[in-house]
Ligand binder design. Structure first.
Ligand SMILES: C[S@@+](CC[C@H](N)C(=O)[O-])C[C@H]1O[C@@H](n2cnc3c(N)ncnc32)[C@H](O)[C@@H]1O
Length: 282
């Protein structure tokens, strides 16, 4: 067979583009890298390397999945967040780079204060937020809660692989109903897409990510309404509350948090300039 890694990546890029995939070249490189066990940088250096028939067939199978709009993170079973590697399954939302805004906000708040020792993550998913924070705050212990047992298991496995399991516990539960405080830092990235908007999302999200991680009810705010009233009792007096929000939800979620008794409430933006995080303290 005369195909090289480079020629196969170029051909796959064109097919993925035709299938409506954004970032087709990057995805083709990631899929080829997965098949060959090489980094993207390797692939540039070994552009003219021949591939075996088995490698060709394996690559074709992955490209077909991506053409059906399955996200790369699901195909590879991993996604990087905060430079850490997270396993991703069909039970978890893939970590999003925009969520790193929340980690930056926590680092900023605790820069001039005693570092947090008790962290609570409500709706932990892969555990990406909690585990990134535990990585940054080496004296902290974290509790991650998720309603879905399969999701909580993925978070636990991620903690084990990252060497953080001795400082983390994962519980299956309905938000914080079974928990007491106080925690120094409480974070949550709850489902916040309005139910009617979900079918119009990219197929990667609408068809492959778990509905229970996306659906925030009729106006997308249902889970903030449930979460906000519990935050006062869960948070230490000088602690920080961080909610991830959708880009248009800053005002409404701020109001809910203020109504729950928080006096200092700010809306923070992500690197794309969109409202992304509610940062609050008492
Ligand atoms: C938007 S995802 C966020 C996942 C992860 N924290 C992240 O940022 O990538 C929301 C998560 O909340 C969980 N969830 C939804 N409703 C819940 C509830 N009532 N109690 C606990 N977890 C819930 C979902 O299963 C999902 O894992």
């Amino acid at each position: 067979m005369s195909a090289t890694t480079g020629s196969l990546i170029r051909a796959a890029t064109a097919r993925l583009q035709a299938a409506g995939v954004e970032g087709a070249r990057l995805d083709a490189q990631l899929l080829m890298g997965h098949v060959l066990g090489r980094t993207r940088l390797d692939l540039i250096a070994y552009d003219r390397d021949p591939v075996t028939e088995a490698q060709f067939l394996a690559f074709e199978a992955l490209v077909a999945r991506r053409m059906a709009r399955e996200p790369v993170s699901h195909i590879l079973g991993r996604r990087e967040f905060w430079s850490l590697d997270f396993a991703v399954t069909e039970a978890t939302l893939a970590p999003r780079a925009d969520s790193e805004t929340l980690i930056v906000a926590a680092l900023e708040y605790f820069k001039a204060r005693a570092k947090p020792r008790r962290i609570l993550d409500l709706g932990t998913g892969t555990g990406c937020l909690l585990l990134a924070l535990l990585h940054e705050f080496p004296d902290a212990f974290g509790v991650g809660v998720d309603r879905n047992p399969a999701t909580a298991r993925v978070a636990r496995d991620n903690a084990a692989r990252l060497g953080l399991l001795s400082r983390a516990a994962f519980l299956v539960g309905d938000w914080a109903t079974a928990l007491g405080g106080p925690f120094d830092l409480v974070i949550s990235n709850p489902p916040y897409i309005a139910s009617a908007d979900i079918p119009a999302l990219d197929p990667e999200v609408a068809r492959f990510e778990p509905l229970g991680a996306l659906d925030g009810g009729a106006d997308g705010l249902e889970d903030y309404r449930r979460l906000a009233p519990d935050m006062g009792r869960l948070l230490a007096d000088d602690g920080q509350l961080l909610f991830e929000i959708g880009a248009t939800q800053g005002r409404e979620v701020s109001k809910l948090v203020e109504t729950a008794g928080f006096r200092h409430v700010a809306v923070l933006r992500d690197l794309g300039g969109r409202d992304r995080v509610i940062d609050a303290c008492k």
